[in-house]
Design a protein around this ligand. Structure first.
Ligand SMILES: Nc1ncnc2c1ncn2[C@@H]1O[C@H](COP(=O)(O)OP(=O)(O)OP(=O)(O)O)[C@@H](O)[C@H]1O
Ligand SMILES: O=c1ccn([C@@H]2O[C@H](COP(=O)(O)O)[C@@H](O)[C@H]2O)c(=O)[nH]1
Length: 239
């Protein structure tokens, strides 16, 4: 019997670093195909998937050259890094037979469509994966905030933050071996404890819009499907 999804429309936030796999920067082919395979599993369940992609895998490598630059200029470079990731993701989706469209918050008409909410919703209703690139289109923000924004605009049932850790911990698990994972946590607690898994602006927008989040590890086989089916996977951040 096929698994029934708990959510009909999801906003999947993929960190740029999740595309690196074992590499030091850039996009690892096997890793991107593994991620796309997980998304295909939930598309095949009939779930509508919107993706916001980060840029850390490309942008962190340029951090040295961004030093001394105006913050806004560096941020525009960061947003352009997310466009590169979005194009790579779209190609990867098409190789496994999943129709995908890229919409960019910054206009670059030869490269991608510019973000338009009604068109994006139409694509989702048609079963296409919509990849949102260039974050919010504004410097001083992050792609986590873009994910909260697009998740609310697309009327998504949940935001799924796919990352390289398997949930929200009492402290950064990469720095504190004694940190323990929450099964669930409220937005109020996550914000007041200053947990750095997501930025405070993104948490605050999700709280205000009542858009719950599941933080989970994308490298665990079948994790996305389990999250979408409502099984116990990762950490639920809720109102
Ligand atoms: N309390 C915490 N619980 C879980 N993870 C935490 C916590 N505090 C900090 N982190 C860190 O947050 C990171 C999650 O961020 P993520 O992978 O989404 O990166 P990002 O900076 O948003 O994306 P990108 O790579 O695109 O810039 C993890 O690598 C983890 O080490
Ligand atoms: O709305 C946005 C989103 C992103 N940026 C810039 O891009 C990089 C990469 O995004 P991550 O969320 O870190 O993956 C980010 O560091 C910002 O410099 C932005 O300016 N506005």
């Amino acid at each position: 019997m096929s698994t029934q999804p708990k959510y009909q429309r999801v906003l999947l936030k993929l960190s740029g670093e999740s595309l690196m796999g074992p590499d030091a920067f850039g996009i690892n082919r096997d890793t991107i195909m593994q991620i796309v395979g997980q998304v295909k599993e939930v598309v095949d369940m009939g779930v509508e998937v919107a993706v916001v992609i980060g840029g850390g895998n490309i942008f962190r490598g340029m951090a040295q050259s961004a030093k001394g630059m105006e913050r806004a200029t560096a941020d525009y470079m960061g947003m352009m890094a997310t466009v590169m990731n979005a194009l790579a993701l779209k190609e990867a989706f098409e190789t496994v037979g999943v129709k995908a469209r890229v919409q960019s918050a910054l206009s670059m008409q030869q490269v991608a469509e510019t973000y338009a909410r009604p068109k994006a919703i139409q694509y989702l209703e048609e079963g296409k994966v919509v990849i949102f690139a260039a974050g919010t289109g504004n410097p001083f923000f992050t792609t986590d905030t873009a994910a909260a924004l697009r998740g609310a605009e697309m009327n998504c049932d949940i935001m799924l933050k796919a990352t390289n850790v398997d949930g929200v911990y009492t402290a950064d698990p990469k720095k504190d071996a004694a940190a323990t994972r929450y099964q669930t946590i409220t937005f109020d607690e996550a914000i007041s404890r200053n947990l750095k898994v997501m930025d405070a602006t993104a948490f605050a927008l999700c709280r205000e819009q009542k858009l719950n989040i599941v933080v989970f590890g994308i490298f665990k086989e079948g994790a996305l499907k389990r999250v979408v089916a409502g099984e116990d996977e990762g950490t639920l951040v809720h109102v």
